[in-house]
Design a protein around this ligand. Structure first.
Ligand SMILES: Nc1ncnc2c1ncn2[C@@H]1O[C@H](COP(=O)(O)OP(=O)(O)OP(=O)(O)O)[C@@H](O)[C@H]1O
Length: 693
């Protein structure tokens, strides 16, 4: 297949570079070609629903992929490594994504190529290909055989299929499943999986075709009225010893076709609820693993799916993961969901993946960074992990946000319905948004990023303020207005005001250094130029005084019902500069004000159901966590009390949580098959006391 002369973003093939090896996980997409049955002669082609654009000023190949009908009010946009269009075939993909990694496999590196996507999105075509259009696996094998001849290495293959979390050998089909063991050196050994040495491309094709036929046979054995969907994998081993092909390879390359993603709650003609739920759960589990590896997390949840257990030693350590998201050329919600999931796992701290392109909400479309709720707080260097540290902050309202956990943020996100915002509520964070939207775009994003204030947290902040006495709330809001105005005038100084955020990795070090220098200069200038605006320290002192007045004028008991506790110096006689220490307005984790009657038998209200009902006072901070706890511990009868959960779903929940507890509300959506609206209704109705039938 001839490579196109220019790609969709206007660069010649020569100008395109191979991606660097530095990133652990690379996510790209491929828009499947239309099939003959989809483009019938005389039939009008539907309007394109995918558009690919280059982010402004980005020299890399990264692209923004926007999904959704042009006319739709809400479209979604994700930033990924690259998007191959219909005219860019398997060869082009191989050349740019895989070929350069293969010599590394001979040096001990492991490579995993995972094709994911909705059903019928072209996963098999990309990995297995056809006779006329070889897939990535065959193209790689040809190259591997060539290098192995030069380097006197041996090449072998294994093929497997994972059905309902059970793995089966496809080259030597046996009744017993493949089990995952570890040897003395911690290497994964797949017991029961055969490994066949391959010396030519012809031999490989013969084997690979055989495995396709075996799939059908294996499927028929377990069959219902339709063939169950499965994940298929191919392992190519490079070994220096003919007798240790699979047990001690030099390097491995895995090709995986994940089972097609399908919304679990949708009635399907080819899958049942349980199967869809199981498949989505394992897709989620794999994406979580990739995300954790990419984010360098200490704990990688390999154990959550059979696939990740099998691939454990090919994913960790010195390895590269390529996630190839196949997209249907015609509107497909499942494709959208899959891209959304996949784009998360290559999300670096500097990249925003999801941008809701919604005409109704464009005005406040502060870029939101969305990561797994369960991971958010652990993301090294992330805004939330930074805020967890007891770092000084001069913005008391935002300081409180630091104590919010990831699930609480998720809960607030659920509650946040901008269309129904209370009009008379004094919303300090909204002040920041308004101020930001009046700023030039650059300045606005600068503030948003460097203060670490995400839109979610702004919403969270406004929620926290709901319980705040009006006077205090107004006073704080007006103080916030002042702060915002200061930011508007001198937004760059924010970086200096909030030392806690200077470590946020949103700007690379070089840029940050030069910015800091220029900020220092600006500050020096403002200090020197006494006729103009006063130096920043004086402004901070002014804010400190306002806070202090506020503290003095507020009855003590109000603080106890406010989620924000401001610690002020006890003496009024301190010199002004001493009053404004980092500790003076340092936000502290709110104390829990629930008075527990010691005479009460605590055990008496510790059933999961009662625990859920008792979460009244801390409901806004821990609602999601409570729900997840509930889903992880409640008995069937209690589960069935939730709207949308009947006998069947309750049984699934209990089965799934035994294997791996729920960690994220998204799992309820994908595994249990509840819709986002059902979850949202469930949560918000509970707050209003109308959750149960
Ligand atoms: N690049 C392509 N060029 C031409 N046809 C393609 C291409 N990619 C996919 N197709 C066709 O689209 C159809 C679906 O592709 P494929 O079977 O690879 O999808 P899939 O995602 O593996 O499906 P499933 O989830 O059901 O396994 C097939 O008929 C295939 O031949």
């Amino acid at each position: 297949m001839a490579a196109p002369t220019t790609d969709h973003i206007g660069r010649s093939a020569a100008a395109r570079t191979v991606p660097s090896l530095s990133g652990k996980v690379r996510v790209v997409a491929k828009i499947r070609n239309s099939t003959d049955s989809e483009v019938l002669p005389g039939k009008k082609a539907p309007a394109p629903w995918i558009s690919v654009n280059k982010p402004n000023g980005d020299a890399s190949d990264r692209v923004k992929v926007t999904l959704g009908e042009q006319s739709a009010s809400s479209r979604e946009c994700y930033e990924i490594g690259y998007c191959y269009q219909e005219n860019e075939g398997n060869e082009e993909m191989f050349r740019r994504e895989v070929q350069f990694l293969l010599p590394e496999v001979f040096n001990g590196r492991s490579v995993t190529v995972v094709a994911c996507g909705a059903r019928g999105s072209g996963k098999t075509h990309v990995i297995q290909g056809t006779e006329g259009d070889l897939g990535l696996a065959a193209l790689s094998m040809a190259e591997i055989l060539r290098i192995s001849e030069e380097s006197n290495k041996f090449v072998a293959v294994s093929c497997y299929e994972i059905l309902q979390e059970h793995a089966y050998d496809l080259l030597e089909p046996k009744s017993q499943e493949v089990s995952v063991l570890k040897d003395g050196q911690g290497r994964v050994q797949l017991k029961g999986l055969s490994c066949v040495q391959v010396k030519s491309l012809y031999e490989f094709h013969k084997l690979y075709r055989r495995q396709s036929r075996t799939v059908r046979k294996a499927n028929q054995k377990i069959t219902h009225s339709f063939p169950p969907r499965s994940t298929k994998g191919l392992i190519l081993y490079i070994s220096s010893q003919a007798d240790k092909l699979a047990s001690a390879p030099v390097g491995k390359i895995n090709f995986v076709e994940l089972a097609g993603y399908e919304d679990a709650k949708r009635k399907s003609d080819v899958g049942n609820f349980g199967e869809n739920a199981q498949i989505n759960k394992s897709i989620h589990a794999f994406i979580k693993v990739a995300y954790s590896l990419h984010a360098n997390e200490i704990h990688v949840p390999y154990r959550e799916s059979k696939l990740s257990r099998m691939l454990e030693d090919s994913l960790g350590g010195k390895s590269s993961i390529l996630i190839l998201t196949c997209l249907n050329p015609f509107s497909c919600q499942d494709s959208m969901n899959m891209l959304k999931l996949a784009s998360r796992c290559s999300q670096s701290n500097t990249i925003t993946t999801k941008i809701v392109v919604d005409s109704a909400r464009k005005t406040d479309s502060t870029a939101r960074s969305k990561v797994f709720a369960s991971h958010r707080s652990r993301l090294p260097g992330s805004a939330s992990s930074m805020r967890k540290q007891p770092t000084p902050s001069h913005f008391p309202i935002h300081g409180k946000k630091s104590s919010g956990n990831a699930s609480a943020l998720k809960a607030r996100e659920l509650f946040a319905d901008k269309g129904h915002e209370k009009p008379n509520k004094v919303n300090a964070s909204a002040t920041v948004s308004r101020t930001e939207s009046s700023l030039p775009e650059e300045a606005s994003s600068f503030i948003g990023l460097n203060t670490g204030i995400s839109a979610q947290e702004e919403e969270a902040s406004s929620l926290e303020l709901e319980n705040t006495p009006a006077s205090l709330e107004n006073a704080l809001a007006s103080l916030e207005v002042r702060v915002s105005m200061e930011l508007t005038e001198e937004n760059k100084h924010v970086d200096m005001i909030t030392p806690a955020t200077t470590a946020l990795p949103v700007v690379d070090e070089g840029t940050r250094d030069s910015e800091c220098q220029s900020l220092d200069k600006e500050n020096d200038i403002s200090l020197a130029n006494k006729n103009e605006s006063p130096p920043i320290s004086l402004r901070l002192q002014e804010i400190s005084n306002n806070l202090k007045q506020l503290y003095n004028s507020t009855p003590k008991q109000l603080y106890t019902s406010t989620p924000l506790r401001t610690v002020m110096p006890s003496s009024n006689d301190l010199p002004l500069q001493d009053q404004f220490t980092t500790a003076s307005v340092e936000p502290l984790t709110p104390e829990c004000n629930v008075k527990v009657n010691k005479n009460l038998d605590i055990a008496s209200f510790c059933s999961p159901w009662e625990k859920l009902n008792r979460s009244n006072c801390g409901v806004k901070n821990s609602l999601v966590q409570e729900y997840l706890n509930f889903f992880n511990t409640a008995n069937k009868e209690d589960l069935k009390k939730l709207k949308g959960i009947g006998e069947k779903r309750a049984t699934y929940i209990m089965e799934f949580r035994d294997e791996s507890p729920f960690m994220d509300l998204d799992e309820l959506k994908d595994v249990v098959g509840l819709s986002a609206k059902q979850i949202k209704d469930m949560v918000s109705k509970d707050v209003l006391g109308g959750l149960f039938h």
